[in-house]
Design a protein around this ligand. Structure first.
Ligand code: GLC
Length: 556
C-alpha cells in the first residue's frame, strides 16, 4: 500500500487565542505560532493544526466566521498567515487549518442579506440558510420545533424582518448553512480553493456530520437525530473530497462527534473520498456519572471506565486495521485537560500525565497532541464565573441553577468539564502571565504556572515534556503509525494492556488508571520482555503503583 505523508505526520493543535501573544493585546496570534515553530519541531511535531484564524465577531472564539477570506485582526493579517506557511514549510513542517462548513456568523454578508428582505442580494442568499415559519398556539408565536442547540438553548431564533425562524444548532450568532443549496456549496468551494492555493497542507473539517438536516422538521426534543449523522451529509463531504481534497494531497481530518463504528470506513477508509482520518470522541467521555441530575450529561464527572476506554480504542483500531486510518488523541479545545480528566491534577499530577502519554501514544495512527498537554497543563482553577469566556458556560450555568445546583456545584462542574477548562493560556515559563503575553491575557492564566511550564520541564531530565519528546521520537523510529496493536484482558475492569509491533522491536504497554495500586497479571509471553520505559522508580513485577505505566520491550 502506498504511504501518504499524513500517515507519518505528528500533529499538534494550537488554540490560537491562547498559544502565544506577540503584540501585547492579551490574545495569541499567528506571529506567536511562527515564534514557536522551533519549539514544536524540537518536541517532534511536524504538522500544526491551527484553530480558526478567520475574521469573526468571536462569539464562539472564531468558529463563527464573518469573512472566510480575511484573517481576524485579533490574530494578525493575511501576510502573517503567509509568513506562517513559509516559515513552517522552510522547516519541513505543515499547516492544517480549521474549515467551518456548517454555519457562518450572523454577521457574515450572506446572512446579513438573507435576513433582510430589503437587502439587494436577499433573494440570492436567503436560501443559503434554513428558515421555517412560526407555529401558533392559542395565538402565541412558537418555535417550529423544540430542537435544542449544542450550547444549551433553543436551536431556532426569530427574525422579525421575515417573520421566520432560522436554525442554529450552535449559538444564535451561528446560523446553519443549507447544504442542499448548490450555489452555497459552490461558494464554499471557492473558499476552500482560496486557502489551498495559498498553500495550506490540510483541513480539520469542523462539525462535519451536521451538514444535512431533516427537512420534515419533526417536533422532537432535543432533536439531535434531526441534524446529526444523516446519510446525505456524506454526499456533500464526498463532493468536496473528490473535487478539492484528494487532488491536492491534503491531510483532511474530519470532526464527527458521535460517529458510529459502522460509519468509520465511510469517513476515513482508504476507499473513502471524504477524510483521511476522523475525530469521533467516543473515548473522550468515559467518565460520566449517570446519576447526577444537577449537572447532567458530560458535566457529571464520574470514575474513568477503563473497560469502555479499552473497548473504544481497540474497536476503532480493529475496524481501521488495513482498511482505513485512525487519528489518536486524548482531547481538543472542546474538552477538559486530559490530566485533570482521566488522570489526577493533585498528588499524582506528574505521574498520571506521563501514564496518559504512554498509554495512548504507542498506538498506531496519526497522533494529535493538544497544546499544553505535553507539559501536563491542568483544568482552570477559576473561582469566579466572570473568569470564564465560553458562550456555552453561561447558558449551562443557568441550566444547572434551574436544576437546583448550588453556585458552588455549578462552578465545580464548569471547572471540571467546560470547554474553557482546556483553553487557558499556554504556560511557557514562570514569569509574568506565564510568558504568554505582556498584556492582560484574554482569559486568566492558571495559577499553577510557576510550577507547570515549558521552561521548567525542558530543563529537567525526567519531565512530562521529555516523555512526550521521547515517545514521539520512538513512534518515528519504529514506524508505530503503521503498526498493529492487540489489546489484552479487554473486559478486566482495571488492567490496560496492549502489544504493539514496531519495525525493530515488539512492545508491551501496561497502565494503571487508578489512584490506588493494583496487581496486574501480565500475559505469559511478557516474561521475554524487559521494562524499557516507566513513570515510576523501582517498579515492581506485578504491583502497579497509582497511575503507573510501563513500556516493555522484547529482548532479542
Ligand atoms: C466544533 C468545534 C467547537 C465549535 C463547534 C461549532 O465542535 O470544535 O469548538 O464550537 O464546532 O463550530
Amino acid at each position: 500500500m502506498q504511504k501518504h505523508w499524513w500517515q507519518e505526520a505528528i500533529l499538534y493543535q494550537v488554540y490560537l487565542r491562547s498559544f502565544k501573544d506577540t503584540t501585547g493585546d492579551g490574545i495569541g496570534d499567528l506571529r506567536g505560532v511562527v515564534q514557536k515553530l522551533d519549539y514544536l519541531k524540537d518536541l517532534g511535531v511536524d504538522t500544526v493544526w491551527v484553530s480558526p484564524h478567520y475574521d469573526s465577531p468571536m462569539d464562539d472564539n472564531g468558529y463563527d466566521i464573518r469573512d472566510f477570506y480575511k484573517v481576524s485582526s485579533d490574530y494578525g493579517t493575511l501576510d502573517d498567515f503567509k509568513t506562517l506557511l513559509r516559515e513552517a514549510h522552510n522547516r519541513g513542517m505543515k499547516i492544517v487549518i480549521d474549515l467551518v462548513l456548517n454555519h457562518t456568523s450572523d454577521e457574515h454578508p450572506w446572512f446579513v442579506a438573507a435576513r433582510d428582505p430589503k437587502h439587494p442580494d436577499h433573494e440570492v442568499y436567503k436560501d443559503f440558510y434554513i428558515w421555517q415559519k412560526p407555529k401558533y398556539e392559542k395565538g402565541k408565536r412558537k418555535r417550529p420545533t423544540r430542537w435544542r442547540s449544542w450550547f444549551g438553548g433553543p436551536a431556532w431564533t426569530y427574525n422579525d424582518k421575515t417573520d421566520e425562524y432560522y436554525l442554529h444548532i450552535f449559538s444564535e450568532k451561528m446560523p446553519d448553512l443549507n447544504w442542499r443549496n448548490e450555489k452555497m456549496r459552490e461558494a464554499m468551494k471557492d473558499v476552500i480553493r482560496f486557502w489551498i492555493q495559498l498553500g495550506v497542507d490540510g483541513f480539520r473539517v469542523d462539525a462535519s456530520n451536521h451538514l444535512e438536516k431533516n427537512w420534515d422538521f419533526p417536533d422532537t426534543y432535543p432533536g439531535y437525530e434531526n441534524f446529526s449523522g444523516l446519510p446525505k451529509h456524506h454526499e456533500y463531504l464526498e463532493e468536496l473530497g473528490k473535487e478539492l481534497f484528494e487532488p491536492n494531497d491534503l491531510l483532511v481530518l474530519g470532526e464527527a462527534g458521535g460517529a458510529t463504528k459502522e460509519e468509520a470506513l465511510r469517513y476515513a477508509g482508504f476507499d473513502s473520498h471524504e477524510f483521511n482520518m476522523l475525530i469521533h470522541f467516543e473515548h473522550c467521555w468515559v467518565d460520566t456519572d449517570a446519576e447526577n441530575a444537577l449537572t447532567p450529561g458530560k458535566w457529571a464527572k464520574g470514575e474513568v471506565d477503563v473497560v469502555k476506554l479499552k473497548k473504544s480504542l481497540s474497536h476503532w483500531h480493529d475496524i481501521m486495521q488495513g482498511k482505513g486510518w485512525n487519528a489518536i488523541y486524548w482531547h481538543n479545545h472542546d474538552h477538559p485537560r486530559i490530566v485533570s480528566h482521566y488522570g489526577d491534577d493533585g498528588k499524582y499530577w506528574e505521574r498520571s500525565a506521563k501514564m496518559l502519554a504512554i498509554a495512548l501514544y504507542m498506538l498506531p495512527g496519526t497522533p494529535i497532541v493538544y497544546y499544553g498537554e505535553e507539559i501536563g497543563m491542568t483544568n482552570v482553577d477559576y473561582e469566579r464565573l466572570e473568569d470564564f469566556r465560553d458562550v456555552e458556560v453561561f447558558t449551562e450555568y443557568e441550566n444547572f441553577r434551574q436544576n437546583g445546583a448550588s453556585h458552588e456545584t455549578a462552578m465545580r462542574a464548569l471547572r471540571d468539564r467546560s470547554r474553557d477548562s482546556g483553553r487557558s493560556p499556554m504556560q511557557w515559563n514562570g514569569q509574568k502571565n506565564a510568558g504568554f503575553s505582556e498584556g492582560t491575557p484574554w482569559m486568566p492564566v492558571n495559577n499553577n504556572y510557576e510550577r507547570i511550564n515549558v521552561d521548567r520541564q525542558k530543563n529537567a531530565s525526567d519531565s512530562i515534556w521529555r516523555i512526550y519528546k521521547e515517545l514521539l521520537q520512538l513512534r518515528r523510529e519504529e514506524s508505530l503509525a503503521f503498526s498493529k496493536a492487540t489489546f489484552y484482558q479487554k473486559n478486566h475492569p482495571e488492567n490496560f494492556l496492549y502489544h504493539v509491533q514496531g519495525d525493530e522491536h515488539e512492545y508491551f504497554v501496561a497502565a494503571n488508571f487508578k489512584e490506588v495500586s493494583i496487581e496486574i497479571s501480565l500475559p505469559e509471553h511478557v516474561k521475554d520482555y524487559s521494562v524499557f520505559k516507566t513513570n515510576v522508580e523501582n517498579s515492581d513485577a506485578s504491583l502497579f503503583k497509582p497511575y503507573e505505566a510501563r513500556i516493555y520491550r522484547k529482548r532479542w
